[in-house]
Design a protein around this ligand. Structure first.
Ligand code: G3P
Length: 373
């Protein structure tokens, strides 16, 4: 029995090594894999049998024990394959999805359903996009047991009242489709106006996911606003520092990982209920280094790698550890928020760029719709 498992394990290690050399793994993984491989080779002791049993569990299943795993995709087949609790979408993912043959019928239906609408021009395009977002959301909710995140138009990122209005509209459309608000997270950019919009929404029972998060100031404003969940963008922080320094960061040295650590520890230390969902990953090491975070939303390529590896996953973040840390409380009002954001070039650049990119993909989606109506 032990020998049979051991052979399985050798096979999986060989696969992992291959994955690493093609550049899909982080430095931390190389170390862990090498370490386990050595242990398995030298000792037939019963201890190995235990370690072997552990190793038969995929990294994805191990991670699910510490962290709620969420799929970051608009692709239904991927969502089905990795059995996440929740799923997240964004304008870029929806734009990408509707360009695939399999998802075109969703767009066609949203257009057909509005063929006798009294709306015209831009207003009609916006209604079709809303219907399309809801169609994607409903399909995803047929697959996941939990929630789906649906993003408001990024062009509303500096308009509190219009964001609240759009959130109410989306929740209304979901209600018409028979989906209760408990299963929806309205995604809003983490601007000051976005956090204030979320504060109003949360009071109405509309749960929010504050996205495009790059700094502690943004995170504190969102926690103070009582938002349900935030999405710090690990990989885009990494992109910024890699471009600025030319350095490849790995594991705990990754500035994206460090940013999530700081936010997570701050939240747990001061007992905020807002949950932290790490998002936007560039390598498997970033994900593994955040094991223990409340949630992680992970793209299909990394879910696949996690599924195919049996290397050990260890918990890195915990509320207990955070509570024992010496952390200073910061009062964040609008002036402090803007000051903190402005002081951090990375956060200022990445927030602005993120809003521009999501807005650009909505404009592209509108252009596709404009041609068909
Ligand atoms: O959930 C956030 C994510 O979709 C953004 O990822 O890879 O575009 O930075 P990325």
């Amino acid at each position: 029995m032990a020998v049979r498992c051991w052979l399985v394990r050798v096979g999986s290690l060989a696969w992992r090594k291959e994955g690493v050399t093609t550049g899909t793994g982080g430095g931390g993984i190389i170390f862990r894999v090498a370490f386990q491989f050595r242990r398995a080779q030298v000792s037939p002791h019963p201890k190995i049998t235990m370690s072997t049993t552990l190793s038969a569990t995929s990294q994805l299943d191990q991670l699910k024990k510490f962290t709620t795993v969420v799929a970051d995709t608009g692709d239904f087949e991927s969502i089905r394959k990795y059995a996440p609790q929740d799923a997240t979408t964004n304008p870029s993912l929806i734009f990408k999805a509707v360009q695939q043959e399999a998802y075109k019928p969703l767009l066609e239906k949203a257009i057909a359903d509005n063929s006798s609408s009294p709306l015209v021009g831009e207003a009609l395009q916006k209604k079709i996009i809303d219907d399309l977002l809801i169609a994607f959301g409903c399909k995803i909710l047929d697959i996941v047991p939990g929630r789906v995140s649906t993003e408001v138009d990024a062009r509303l990122s500096f308009n509190r009242d219009a964001t609240v209005e759009k959130a109410r509209e989306l929740i209304g459309l979901y209600k018409k489709a028979g989906v209760p608000r408990e299963r929806i997270l309205i995604k809003i950019a983490s601007t000051w106006e976005g956090a204030q919009a979320a504060k109003i929404c949360e009071k109405e029972g509309i749960h929010c996911n504050l996205t495009l998060m790059f700094s502690l100031g943004q995170a504190i404003a969102c926690a103070e606003a009582g938002v349900t969940l935030i999405s710090p963008f690990v990989g885009r922080i990494y992109d910024f520092y890699k471009a600025a320094t030319g350095k490849e960061y790995a594991g705990a040295e990754d500035p994206g990982v460090q940013s999530v650590n700081v936010i997570y520890n701050y939240y747990k230390k001061f007992d905020y209920k807002t949950q932290v969902m790490g998002a936007s990953f560039r390598n498997l090491g970033e994900i593994l280094e955040l094991a223990g975070c409340d949630l992680l939303t992970i793209g299909p390529n990394w879910l696949e790698d996690l599924q195919n590896s049996q290397a050990e996953v260890t918990q890195k973040l915990s509320p207990e550890a955070a509570r024992n840390m010496d952390i200073e409380k910061i009062d964040v009002d609008e002036k402090v928020f803007r000051w903190m954001l402005n002081e951090e070039a990375m956060a200022t650049d990445k927030l602005a760029e993120g809003i521009r990119k999501f807005a650009a993909d909505i404009v592209k989606l509108e252009a596709i719709i404009a041609k068909s109506i």
